[in-house]
Design a protein around this ligand. Structure first.
Ligand code: MLT
Ligand code: ZN
Length: 448
């Protein structure tokens, strides 16, 4: 029996897609930059079906690309050519919220927005939030160690995952969903899966920590003259109420305004915008207003406490990704440096991009409390030269070539910039220990 016939026998014909029209949505990433043909798309409905798919592919010697909501930005979840895409979107089980432990078990295919709503219905919340919340799945977020908008308050995915169940390339199941907060029994296998980008095993379900729900939020967008002023503001704003610090720039705001048909946020444009959110169990509006009034360099301020007003302010920040992609296929580089050096880095990265790609357009935005910039280069065909310039600059600052999107295929050639030969040997050994035949997501994270 050939592989497709065997997969059909295991999953049912309707869950093994070979028709090009049906495969298409799984074969190209969200930006349109990464694409390849899959042999088939397999859509297992439970853990045992995931194991069956992996066993069949391993025996046939066909590589597997695990895929969640296909919102990834580094080419780590779409085929390069000839693989089976294993879509986790049918693994949508969501357990009852355990209020005693403050945890919940979620299938890998549960979208973030559904998880958040489920937690809030039980009086808790999930600590990670990202703009792609409606499509991004829990499994994909674990695979990339997603960060997003609230890392300053609750940390990235790594801090939320207390257990995981995963299937090895040979079909064996490992891990636990009990959710032990204390377990010093040797190596942290769950920890190894977070950020592993589908190269070690296929995560089928995770046990997640929840955080206290906050009843009140207040949001401000500050207009500033420079990134240095924005960095200085973070030091003043840090405290128990701070729940988001997002930076963006005049050119990005212009793109968003044009794309969404907006005006504002101020009468006059500013070079730098800082979105700040305070959240707590009392109304934090006065705290936020007092904190902002203590900042020396604010040119203009817009403040909102009601849901519609807050959404309106967030739109300037969250509209960036869509507005950029509407302009064309961007070269996207997600990087981080120490936040204390973020202003110096901003100057350096602008210089590096204009030297490598003089006619390109650069749009920066990101999560400033973590020194995390999303470097978007538009109107530039040669992704390699500009990626090299940006990532080399990051390495000079002792930064990260992947802050929250993963390495994928996009940045694998630059892994050597921030991982030593000894560390890369360990990466290769870890990969070989989990997936000796190299079936899982070859070419992602570890260069071929
Ligand atoms: C964001 O912060 O909006 C996301 O990381 C997506 C992006 O970088 O475009
Ligand atoms: Zn981001």
């Amino acid at each position: 029996m050939d592989l497709v016939a065997r997969l059909r026998a295991e999953l049912g014909t309707g869950h093994v897609l070979t028709d090009p029209d049906l495969r298409a949505g799984y074969e190209t990433d969200w930006t349109g930059r990464f694409t390849g043909r899959a042999l088939a798309v397999a859509r297992p409905g439970d853990r045992d079906e995931v194991a069956a798919v992996l066993r069949a592919c391993a025996e046939a010697g066909v590589a597997v690309v695990p895929q969640g909501g296909n919102t990834g930005l580094v080419g780590g979840g779409v085929p390069r050519g000839g693989e089976v895409v294993l879509s986790t979107t049918r693994l949508t089980g969501l357990g009852e919220v355990d209020r005693v432990s403050g945890q919940v078990t979620a299938g890998a295919g549960v979208p973030l927005a559904r998880l958040g709503a489920h937690a809030r219905a039980a009086g808790l919340d999930f600590g990670v939030d990202i703009a792609a919340r409606d499509s991004a799945t829990v499994g994909g977020m674990v695979a990339t160690n997603a960060g997003g908008l609230r890392v300053v308050r609750w940390g990235p995915m790594r801090d939320q995952v207390v257990g995981a169940e995963a299937v090895l390339a040979d079909g064996r199941v490992v891990g636990s969903l009990v959710g032990l907060e204390k377990d010093s029994t040797g190596y942290d296998l769950t920890g190894a899966l977070v950020g592993s980008e589908g190269t070690l095993a296929v995560v089928t379900a995770v046990r997640l920590r929840l955080v206290p729900a906050v009843a009140h939020r207040a949001t401000a967008v500050l207009g500033l003259a420079s990134t240095a002023d924005a960095v200085a503001a973070i030091g003043v704003l840090r405290g128990p109420l701070l729940s988001a610090v997002e930076v963006f720039y005049d050119d990005g705001v212009r793109l968003v305004r044009a794309h969404r048909g907006l005006t504002g946020p101020f009468r006059a444009d500013c070079p730098v915008y800082l979105l700040v959110e305070f959240a707590g169990d009392h109304d934090p509006t006065e705290d936020l207003a007092a904190a902002v009034s203590g900042l020396p360099a604010v040119v203009d301020t817009a403040l909102a406490t009601d849901e519609a007003g807050r959404r309106g302010l967030w739109a300037y920040r969250e509209g960036h990704t869509e507005a950029i992609s509407a302009h064309g296929v961007p070269v996207k580089l997600d990087v981080a440096v120490s936040p204390a050096r973020a202003a110096e880095f901003e100057t350096a990265v602008r210089a590096a991009v204009s030297a490598a790609a003089p006619s390109a357009r650069l749009v920066l935005f990101g999560h400033l409390a973590e020194g995390n910039f999303h470097v978007n280069v538009l109107d530039e065909a040669d992704g390699h030269a500009v990626s090299d310039a940006v990532l080399t600059t990051v390495a000079r600052f002792g930064g990260s070539i992947s802050a929250e999107h993963g390495v994928g295929v996009a940045k694998a050639p630059w892994l050597h910039l921030t991982r030593t030969p000894a560390e890369r040997d360990l990466y290769a050994a870890i990969k070989a220990a989990w997936d000796p035949a190299g079936v899982l997501n070859p070419g992602v994270l570890i260069p071929r």
